[in-house]
Design a binder for this molecule. Structure first.
Ligand SMILES: Cc1cc2nc3c(=O)[nH]c(=O)nc-3n(C[C@H](O)[C@H](O)[C@H](O)COP(=O)(O)OP(=O)(O)OC[C@H]3O[C@@H](n4cnc5c(N)ncnc54)[C@H](O)[C@@H]3O)c2cc1C
Length: 388
């Protein structure tokens, strides 16, 4: 599908939406509370072709346009935010290879990635380097036809199950992106999971700290080949625009779930002889929630269209990520309040939305960093359109 085909795109979104309603939602809380990897869901996501959502058809993917991809992420997150998380780092890694890899690298990795075998992780952050990406210390030293990798990487989502890791490390030329190959599992020749990070939400899938000790990566695995040396951060920041659109779309999914749960409960719950939706205080909450949800959707659409057109979308992706994640958190909180005491129990899914939503404020660059990105972009555009 070269995805200008809107009928096919709509059909895929509708299929995933139905699967989420029929299969995911009834089981999501069980998997989540047990912190269990949702293997059956992931297998179905493979069968839908979602691991190849953004991979070109020539490499076996669906080659979906950015907006369709965003709509799919919204549907998955509506059921359970972690499902979209299983795909996000994979898609960032695939996007890096597709945009910046050599022809050999694309032919070698993308067809497998399109099927979900292997799955991929993305590894930029370190224990002392999150927002400050320039501060990474993981080091790669050349030794003949390999690079020897040493350092610790933090917050590697899907790190254990991944067979490929798109990883940033320091080389003499600057920060370089490597595609590290490993067997899925906790350790592999110089790669160890130093710990699994316990999390407030975003359960089911693993987020780990990984330590590299004299791990040998072939020179052929430098993203972009010799020309890619020192350009890793530039490549990664380009791909984070897509990552931020993904986060924004996920946030819309969680916000929509919070809104729907609230509307449902406002009809079921009666106080003072009437359903609570008849109280103006609840109506105002629902009105504000629906308005912010609609604004969020439009911001995702605007960012996705710009990114799809091949234009620089740093401002739009930043705005979407900032607004949608704050909205998801606000709607999750409001949903909890509308549910009264029941919202504070683990018997209703709103407590999960409340625990999942804050991650989207932090991931792919915190919202403080988004404001910096947006402001810089606005100032750059102003200068370009107002030459001295
Ligand atoms: C569950 C989870 C999964 C993740 N998955 C991945 C992954 O798969 N791969 C990966 O590479 N990373 C991943 N991350 C890391 C994530 O991207 C970082 O946590 C995030 O970028 C923030 O970095 P930090 O945690 O080091 O916070 P810090 O950078 O230490 O920031 C701390 C606080 O200071 C603020 N701050 C920092 N610098 C500035 C500034 N210049 N101006 C104003 N405020 C500032 C921040 O906004 C924040 O409020 C994940 C994180 C989490 C929580």
């Amino acid at each position: 599908m070269a995805t200008t085909d809107t009928a096919l795109a709509d059909e895929l979104v509708a299929t995933v939406r139905k699967w989420v309603a029929d299969v995911v939602i009834p089981k999501a809380s069980d998997f989540e509370h047990a912190d269990e990897y949702p293997e059956p869901f992931v297998e179905q996501m493979k069968a839908f072709g979602l691991f190849g959502s953004r991979i070109p058809e020539e490499h076996g993917g669906l080659e979906l346009d950015t907006l369709t991809y965003a709509r799919l992420m919204e549907e998955l997150a509506y059921g359970w935010m972690s499902l979209a998380g299983v795909l996000n780092t994979h898609t960032i890694a695939a996007n890096l290879i597709e945009r910046f890899g050599t022809d050999d690298q694309k032919a070698r990795w993308l067809p497998g990635m399109a099927t979900g075998n292997p799955r991929a992780a993305f590894s930029l952050s370190e224990p002392d380097a999150g927002s400050d990406t320039q501060a990474i210390t993981c080091k790669a030293v050349r030794d003949g036809d390999v690079y020897v990798l040493n350092g610790t990487k933090m917050w590697v989502t899907n790190g254990e199950r991944a067979g490929l890791v798109a990883l940033a490390a320091r080389t003499p030329e600057g920060i370089t992106c490597f595609i590290v190959e490993k067997e899925p599992g906790s350790s592999f020749e110089g790669i160890a999971t130093s710990r699994r990070i316990p999390k407030l939400g975003y359960k089911g899938l693993e987020t780990v700290e990984m330590t590299y000790t004299d791990h040998r990566v072939p020179v052929a695995n430098v993203l972009g080949g010799e020309a890619g040396l020192g350009h890793g951060l530039h490549y990664i920041l380009g791909s984070l625009e897509l990552g931020r659109i993904n986060i924004a779309a996920r946030a819309v999914g969680v916000a929509r779930a919070a809104y729907d749960a609230s509307m449902r409960y406002a009809h079921e719950r009666h106080t003072f002889g009437v359903p609570i939706h008849q109280h103006q205080a609840i109506q105002f909450k629902l009105a504000d929630m629906a308005t912010k949800l609609e604004a969020s959707r439009l911001l995702v659409r605007s960012a996705a269209e710009k990114f799809e057109a091949g234009e620089r979308a740093d401002v739009e992706a930043g705005m979407a990520k900032l607004f949608c994640s704050e909205t998801a958190f606000e709607l999750a909180t409001e949903a909890m309040r509308i549910h009264g005491g029941y919202g504070y129990t683990s018997e209703f899914p709103v407590e999960r939305y409340f625990r999942d939503a804050p991650l989207m404020i932090i991931g792919e660059g915190t919202n403080e960093i988004q404001r910096i990105v947006i402001a810089r972009g606005l100032l750059r555009r102003w200068t370009e359109s107002h030459p001295a």
